[in-house]
Ligand binder design. Structure first.
Ligand code: PLP
Length: 378
């Protein structure tokens, strides 16, 4: 076997390292390392997939996805986040991850920089490397708001794109509109793109969600990435999208012909029902996550030995425990000595060193037990 430099430059996610350790460890662990909703997929989405299978809707679809689903995605983006995309501006993808991959392959030239405000999701580093681009980490100051000046200062002739994730995985921060708009304007001046990762857009706690492209009026040089995974508890169905100017959609669609070709057809039918049908299950999840956010934020605020900004979105709290530099060692110790599993912050860039990510995609009972154990340990 002769793995290429491209592949060797990619690292395994530290979240998965802890996941594997937890799987190998006996005993009652409170698992707060993984970022996926602990709710079931809405019933009407499951029924639509079963009906699609029964009706023989099991062939390829067009590379860009079912026409009805592209329309449903455009409608959802307009209804929930004020976006103004047409169905032709939408490409159905196999999860938000494929959308990020296609976005990077479509707009990054080999050798370009992908600017990543950090702490940031590890996948961004890999996506840059797979596109033969260079990931450039830009640490954001505590409490991890988007510092537009820091990002703009890094822009130059090599900047291919900027990755903005809001609400943020791992910090739970929702970026200020002004800062986002300034970064978009500056990126455009450099003929660079903004990849707006909005997979957590449905989960904001203190203000209404807003699409990043809407802040500057049009979608030129902005690629919006979304998915049903977090909003509709559909991680395993693998339905996501990218929405942007139609020439980028055309290029990304060409790539899909040679990769996944199309998203599994029953999953597309499930996503169509999820987006077009009742949003009641989504609202219930949002309420549950808001309650958990309050609980986790209040507990962390009362705890000694740790600082954590109050999460504003997604389902993560980002913890800075006093006196630790090595978050991987700390996370492993927490598994073996305290029975609680958190993701090491170092996996989210240098800015995450010594920190931990806690996912509150778990019941209030389990969160209480996990936080009691963390408190006792610290
Ligand atoms: N973006 C972020 C920040 C994520 O955390 C994830 C998943 O964890 C994704 C994108 C992709 O999600 P999916 O491929 O399940 O849609």
């Amino acid at each position: 076997m002769r793995p290429t430099t491209r592949v060797r430059r990619c690292d395994r996610s530290s979240i998965r390292v802890l996941f594997d350790l937890a799987e190998r460890t006996d005993g009652d662990l409170v698992r707060l390392e993984v970022g996926e909703p602990d709710f079931d997929t809405p019933e009407h989405a499951k029924e639509a997939a079963i009906a699609a299978i029964d009706d023989g809707a099991t062939n390829y679809t067009s590379n860009a996805g079912l026409a009805a689903l592209r329309t449903a995605i455009a409608d959802t983006l307009a209804r929930e986040y004020d976006h103004a995309y047409d169905s032709d501006d939408v490409l159905v993808t196999t999860g938000g991850m494929e959308a990020l991959h296609l976005a990077c392959l479509s707009v990054l030239e080999p050798g370009d920089d992908l600017l990543i405000p950090s702490p940031g999701w590890p996948n961004y580093w890999t996506q840059a490397r797979l596109a033969d681009a260079t990931p450039v980490e830009i640490p954001m100051p505590f409490p991890y708001d988007l510092d537009a000046d820091r990002v703009i200062d890094q822009m130059g002739p090599d900047t291919g794109a900027v990755m903005l994730c809001s609400p943020s995985n791992p910090t739970g921060r929702v970026f200020e509109n002004d800062a986002v708009a300034r970064v978009i304007d500056a990126a455009r001046e450099h003929d660079a793109y903004v990849i707006a990762d909005e997979v957590y857009a449905s989960l904001t706690y203190d203000r209404d969600p807003v699409g990043m492209a809407t802040l500057v009026g049009d979608s030129a040089h902005i690629i919006t990435v979304g998915s049903c995974s977090k909003s509709h508890a559909m991680t395993g169905w693998r339905v996501g999208w990218l929405a942007t100017e139609s020439d980028v959609i055309d290029e990304a669609t060409k790539i899909r012909e040679s990769t996944t070709a199309s998203t599994p057809t029953p999953s597309q039918h499930a996503a169509l029902a999820a987006l077009d049908g009742s949003q009641e299950p989504v609202r219930e999840m949002q309420t549950a996550f808001a309650d958990r956010r309050d609980y986790v934020a209040d507990r962390l605020a009362d705890m000694t030995g740790v600082t954590a900004p109050r999460s504003q979105g997604a389902f993560y709290a980002f913890l800075d425990p006093d006196g630790y530099d090595d978050s991987m060692a700390l996370a492993k110790e927490l598994v073996t000595d305290a029975g609680v599993v958190l993701a090491p912050g170092s996996g989210f860039g240098d800015a995450g060193a010594g920190k931990l990510r806690l996912s509150f995609a778990n019941s209030l009972d389990r969160l209480e037990t996990g936080l009691d154990r963390l408190d006792a340990f610290l």
